[in-house]
Design a protein around this ligand. Sequence first.
Ligand SMILES: *Cc1c(COP(=O)(O)O)cnc(C)c1O
Length: 354
Amino acid sequence: MFPALEINLSAIEDNVRRVVEFCTSYGINVVGITKGACGEPKVAKAILRGGVQILGDSRIQNIIKMKESNVKAEFMLIRSPMISEVESVVKYAEYSLNSELKVLEQLSKASLEYGRRHKAIIMVDVGDRREGIMPNEFVPFLKEAKKLKGVEIVGVGTNLGCFGGVLPTPRNHEMLKKLTEKVKYILGIENPIISSGGTVVLNLLEREQSSYGINQLRIGEGILLGTDSTGNRTIPWLRQDTFTLKAEIVEVKWKPSLPEGPVGKDAFGNTPIFEDLGIRKRAILALGKQDTEISGLFPLYSGVKVLGGSSDHTIIDITESKVPLDVGDIVKFKLSYSAMLRGMTSPYVHKAYI
Ligand SMILES: *Cc1c(COP(=O)(O)O)cnc(C)c1O
C-alpha cells in the first residue's frame, strides 16, 4: 500500500545506543522523545531497547497510547500541560515540564486527588523564546511552587533551537547551572535534574567536551533521523536509514518546464516561480501535502529532483534519473523532521516496520 513510511526499528535502536553511550560519558541521562513518531509503541520499544528509561512526548494521548500498549518506561509530558488535561497528566505521566504556577496548582490538586506523586521540572527561557520563565523571575516562582503539596519540584530545564532557533552555547548553559544552585538552596535537594534539549545540544557537547552541569538531555530528531536541523547537519556518528517514504508514480510525461497561460496563485495561495529548463521528463506521485511536507523530501535516487506539489500530487523531474522510472514504479525518499512528522500523523500513509 502506498504511500508508505518504512520504519527501520533496529536503526533507531542503534542510534539510541550510540547517543546513550555518548551522553553517559558526560554523566548525562537521555530522555527519548517520541513525538516525531506520534508515540508509536513499536518505535517507543525500540528506543527503550537502545537503553533509555524515560520517554518524553508532547501529547498526553501519545503517552496514554504507549502505556496501554505495554511500553514499560517512565513518561514525561514535554509540552506545558493544559489545565484541561491535568487529571490525565498526573495519571499517566510521571514527569512534566512546567512554567506556569496556575498549571502547577492544578497538577498539585489533581495528584492529591488521585493519590499520585507528580514530578515537575521548571522550564527557564535562556534565549530561545518558546516556553520557560525568564531567569530573573525564577526565585520567586520556585518559592511559590515549593508550597504545593501534590507536586515535587525535581529540577530545572531549558529548551533550545525550537522557536528562536537559538543554539546551545556555554553562556546559556552557564545560566542554567547558576539557577541550579538556587534550586539546591531553595528546595534543599542535593541532585536536582538539570534538563536540556533537543538534539542540537549534542553539538555543544561534541565541540566543547563539557556537560556544563546538565545531567539530562531530551533527544528526538537525532535518534529518529540521525540529523540535527537546528545545527544544520547530518550527525556523522548516527544512522540516517531510519525512515524511508515510498510513493507510487501515476503519470510520466515530457512537458515544458514553464506553465502556459496567465499565472494566478497556486492551490495554497502562493505565487509559483519557475525556471525555463526546456522540455523535461516529469513524473507525478500519488503523494501530497496531506501525506507529508513536500519540501522535506530528499529522493534516494540520484538525478531525481522534487519540483513541488499540492494536496495529493507531488511533481518530480526524472529527466536525469539514473534509475529508469515509469508509471507504477515506486520512488523512495529520505525525510526532514517535519516530513516524517506529517507522514506519521497522516492516516493516508501506510506504516511498515522492518
Ligand atoms: C521536541 C522537543 C525536544 C526534542 O527535540 P529534538 O530536536 O527533536 O531532539 C526536547 N524537548 C522539548 C521540550 C521538545 O518539545
